[in-house]
Design a protein around this ligand. Structure first.
Ligand code: BG6
Length: 462
């Protein structure tokens, strides 16, 4: 809702566009508008009242219960009233268990016309089989060029900047391979817990909720070959190739290449927070809220380069970053007495909480020298937040909704991508099952289970 409001305020929504909310609650028209307003207020941004009046006039509501399959007729009637004979864009943001049924209903009722589009939220299923079933149901009602599988990480400015950094500069691409890169780290840490999303989250866990989509998308953008151009299929073809080249982590491999964790009671920012099981009223669960993995891409460019992936809830800090660790120079002309070792270059792309790109380079420490130069690492910093101070930091969904309205799928996930990602994830899940690998506890507010620290550091070559 806030994203749609901002698009409307900036004059980017088609004048006749109506937004119809559909959910189980008997909210009513006014209730829906009040909820949209609340969503905006909760962001803490100043609301432009004229823009709000214009926006709220677009809002309508029709209760629908996807589980009980009721309310679709009334929804159809309302759509016909507000957009007579027009094409619609549907947006499904609910449990993937309902996706296939809803697609069937949209097809049977004639609401899914040749000109309509559908946006669906991740996760697309729970595993490869359920993902295939959803993709088939989607294709029975919409053609692939009308299906927009949303992954909001692709709407984040710095994620797109990763492509700009790689392909709009000459500096990095010649070094972007196993000859010069030692390893890559991708971290997505959140301070929030599962809280009231336990019902959904407990069925999925960190691997399915975060790694299958957001984290693998980040990995793809780091690892993909240069697409011929920034068009939807050129980019997505390259992402699929990366996903298909992921080396399976299966069977007993999971014991050395993965760490699972679940948060226990702890404290974050001075406030006590309950553990995972306590959030569900003390129900014991084997679902992981933290996962660390060592992935490898079996192709010419990346063979043998570890990609360390980790994500967790209730961590000590909110941090999303990609670190590209280059190899050491082959020989130091500066000598080296231990204190003077050259530290390999490191490119850090921070997505959250700040948007920043920094490159750690070795420098000579200023001053007179009698016994050789002293060297120190210093960073070249590119703070997007500072460089574009007058720009409002856009919500990731703004770009994605705008692209969907324009029919541009570059930042959306194609069906074969979702299936390739699930195939790799399913192997890990099967390995956990086979080895009975349970999540290890970690304190809320920490960096994850103890073993994750040593797993991460042990593998560091710097
Ligand atoms: C969602 C996950 O897709 O992304 C959530 O389902 C997670 O569990 C969220 O909290 C994180 O998004 P962001 O943009 O805050 O990093």
């Amino acid at each position: 809702m806030p994203s749609l409001y901002y698009l409307d305020r900036d004059g980017l929504l088609p004048e006749k566009l109506c937004i119809v909310g559909a959910a189980r609650s008997a909210l009513g028209h006014e209730g829906f508008i009040a909820q949209a307003r609340k969503a905006l207020e909760e962001r803490g941004d100043a609301i432009d009242e004229t823009a709000w009046q214009h926006f709220s006039a677009r809002l309508h509501y029709s209760p629908v219960d996807a589980g009980a399959a009721s309310g679709f007729e009334a929804l159809g009637a309302l759509l016909e009233e507000v957009n007579p004979g027009g094409d619609h864009m549907f947006y499904l943001s609910l449990s993937p268990d309902f996706y296939a049924d809803i697609c069937g209903r949209l097809r049977q009722s004639g609401l899914a016309t040749a000109g309509s589009r559908i946006i669906i939220e991740k996760p697309i299923g729970h595993d490869l089989d359920s993902c295939r079933a959803i993709n088939a149901a989607l294709l029975s009602a919409f053609s692939e060029d009308r299906i927009f599988r949303i992954d909001h990480y692709l709407g984040k400015e710095t994620v797109q900047n990763l492509l700009a950094l790689r392909f709009a500069n000459i500096l990095f691409e010649p070094l972007w391979n196993k000859a010069h890169i030692d390893h890559v780290e991708i971290t997505v840490f959140e301070t929030v817990g599962v809280e009231n999303r336990w019902g959904y989250y407990d069925q999925y866990g960190a691997l399915r909720d975060m790694v299958q989509n957001h984290v693998l998308q980040l990995l793809c953008l780091v690892a993909l070959e240069p697409p011929a151009k920034l068009d939807p299929d050129a980019v997505r073809d390259e992402k699929v190739k990366v996903l298909r080249s992921l080396k399976p982590i299966a069977g007993r491999d999971v014991l050395i290449k993965t760490v699972r964790g679940q948060y226990a009671d702890g404290s974050i920012g001075g406030a006590n927070v309950p553990g995972y099981a306590r959030e569900a009223g003390g129900k014991p669960s084997d679902t992981e809220s933290f996962v660390a993995l060592c992935a490898e891409i079996d192709n010419w460019r990346w063979s043998g380069v570890p990609f360390y992936l980790r994500t967790g809830k209730r961590m000590g800090q909110r941090l999303t970053e990609i670190v590209v660790q280059f190899r050491a120079v082959p020989h130091s002309v500066f000598g080296g007495d231990g204190d003077n070792d050259l530290i390999p270059n490191r490119l850090t792309i921070t997505l959250q909480p700040e948007e920043r790109i920094s490159l750690a380079l070795m420098n000579k420490t200023p001053g007179l020298t009698e016994q050789g130069w002293r060297m120190n690492p210093l960073s070249l910093n590119l703070s997007l937040t500072d460089a574009f101070k007058t720009h409002r930091r856009r919500i990731a969904y703004e770009q994605l909704l705008l692209d969907a309205l324009h029919g541009n799928q570059t930042l959306f996930v194609r069906g074969d991508e979702t299936e390739a990602a699930w195939r790799w994830i399913d192997g890990i899940v099967a390995g956990w099952k086979q080895t009975r690998q349970k999540p290890e506890p970690y304190w809320a507010g920490s960096d994850g289970p103890d073993r994750a620290g040593s797993f991460w550091c042990k593998e560091h070559k710097t």
